[in-house]
Every structure is written in structure tokens, then in C-alpha cells.
Design a protein around this ligand. Structure first.
Ligand code: SF4
Ligand code: SF4
Length: 270
């Protein structure tokens, strides 16, 4: 534990080099490494909707229970959108709540950001080609002895070794919402829109109840097949939620409104 405490004094350098999936890095981390677990404290660890889904299932908790026990709200600095982040423990070292004696106790479902470390990742809009592209960068923290050790590998090989492919695709539209909001700059966002974004991003049970137990289906037209899928599969529900958010927040026509929908107060787009 003292080791984690010591880590506070080390320097952190984010290398100003944009890496691609083909870039080569040298990094090796394993349980016997002298700095083992030093990276799992004092973190600002944002959780994606898919992180929350996988963690709460693994821990056999409802989203409400998971959010209350392990997270705190966090406002994304560029977009101003609210998400959940892991709440560090209230001990001197501010350790991650999932850090155990032998390491990560939720290793199989550890968040995306943990899998990427020491890489950071981001998405940007390539306006010339009209598509989104991802990029990576290296975060060098003084205590991490895995940097510059082991064989040289590509970023993509590292991603595969950490089980990352397949975890980002389901939240791609969610990341697009954040990027779109960032591109609008500091516009004031209606409170209701922020609440809806937070609900879809963190709480599938609440969103499911919002879809099936309110007037939602009187207002929006969802085909029978999709309705069955979102009722049975929380990941499909999430993905439907992202499409719906884009519809109500940005006016994209991804979920159709019924022509004769009841007169309800509409959410103001951003
Ligand atoms: S979730 Fe696991 S890997 Fe991530 S910070 Fe916590 S203990 Fe470390
Ligand atoms: S090598 Fe780096 S990532 Fe691995 S345990 Fe040490 S500090 Fe953490």
C-alpha cells in the first residue's frame, strides 16, 4: 500500500504523438512486476455504458445498486455531458474499489480505459473524408515499469492482447453523441436533455422502464422485431437508446415519431 502512496510524486507525461493501430510500442505488464497495482489508485476513470453493463452483470447488481455503490457523476470537460466514473475508495491511497490483494477483482470485465492503459484513446471526425477515425497516445507515468520493456508490438496487437476489439463497436454511436456535442462548443444544454443522456448512458433498467412503462411507444414508432430485441437484450436496448438520443438531441430521424403522437412537452434539441 505504501507503494501506491509513493506513486503520487511521480511525473506523468502524455506523449504528444498521435499513434495509429499500426504504430509500434514497447510495453509489458505482469503480476510480478515491482510496480504491480500502482496504476490502480487516484484515478479519474470514466465508465462507458458498456463498461457499466458488463460490470453490474458480473457483480450481480442492478444498475441503481452499481451506480450507488461504485460510481460518482462526472461532467465530461469538453462536451459538458454527464456520465458516471468509478469512485475511488475513501482510504489514504484512494484505491480503485475493485483492487484486491492479488490485483483486479473484476479483471474479466475491467473497464475499457483499464484495458488500454498505458495507452489513451480518442475519436475524431475527419471532415475531408466524412468519417470518424480513432487515434491513440501513450501516457508515461513515472512509476510504471512496464514501459519500454518486453517485445515491440503494434497498438493493434496490444488491443487484441487486452480483449479490446468488440468492446468499442457497441458504443460507437454513444461516442459520436459526445463528439457532436463537443463540436457545438459551449452551448447551454437543457437540463432534461442532460438527464436523458445520463439515464441512457448509465442505467439500462431505468431506460427500459422509460420505453415500456411510459407514453414512449405512443410517441415513437418501433417495429415489433426491435421491440422484442430491446426487451430481451440490454446491449440492444443500449444501442437503441443511442439512436433515440441522436433523434431527440440532434434532430436526426433515426427513431420515427408517430404522426398522431400525444401532445407532450418535447425535449429541446441542443
Ligand atoms: S478496475 Fe481493475 S484494472 Fe481498473 S483500476 Fe480498478 S483494479 Fe485496476
Ligand atoms: S507495469 Fe504499469 S500497468 Fe503494469 S502494474 Fe506496473 S504500473 Fe501498472
Amino acid at each position: 500500500m505504501e507503494g501506491i502512496h509513493r506513486a503520487k510524486g511521480f511525473e506523468k507525461i502524455v506523449e504528444p504523438v498521435r499513434l495509429t493501430s499500426k504504430s509500434r510500442i514497447k510495453f509489458q505488464c505482469y503480476p510480478g512486476v515491482p510496480c504491480f497495482k500502482l496504476c490502480c489508485s487516484e484515478l479519474y476513470l470514466p465508465l462507458t455504458p458498456y463498461d457499466i453493463l458488463r460490470l453490474k452483470r458480473f457483480l450481480n447488481l442492478t444498475s441503481d445498486e452499481f451506480l450507488l455503490r461504485y460510481t460518482e457523476p462526472f461532467i465530461l470537460p469538453k462536451s459538458g455531458l454527464p456520465i458516471a466514473r468509478l469512485k475511488m475508495q475513501d482510504n489514504e491511497e484512494k484505491t480503485c474499489p475493485f483492487l484486491g490483494e492479488a490485483g483486479c477483482t473484476v479483471y474479466e470485465v475491467r473497464p475499457l480505459a483499464c484495458r488500454y492503459y498505458p495507452l489513451g484513446f480518442g475519436l475524431f471526425r475527419n471532415r475531408d473524408e466524412g468519417k470518424n477515425e480513432d487515434f491513440f497516445y501513450l501516457v508515461k507515468e513515472g512509476f510504471c515499469q512496464g514501459l519500454e520493456s518486453g517485445e515491440e508490438i503494434t497498438v493493434e496487437e496490444y488491443r487484441i492482447s487486452q480483449g479490446i476489439p468488440g468492446l468499442e463497436e457497441p458504443i460507437f454511436e454513444w461516442a459520436e453523441i459526445i463528439m457532436k456535442k463537443e463540436s457545438l462548443g459551449p452551448v447551454e444544454v437543457p437540463e432534461k436533455s442532460l438527464e436523458l443522456f445520463f439515464m441512457v448512458s448509465t442505467n439500462p433498467e431505468r431506460f427500459k422502464s422509460f420505453v415500456f412503462d411510459t407514453k414512449f411507444l405512443d410517441i415513437f414508432e418501433v417495429d415489433e422485431k426491435e421491440l422484442v430485441a430491446i426487451k430481451e437484450d440490454e446491449l440492444r436496448l443500449l444501442q437503441f437508446g443511442f439512436k433515440w438520443l441522436k433523434t431527440v438531441l440532434f434532430g436526426e430521424n433515426l427513431v420515427k415519431r408517430r404522426k398522431e403522437s400525444p401532445s407532450v412537452k418535447k425535449v429541446k434539441p441542443f
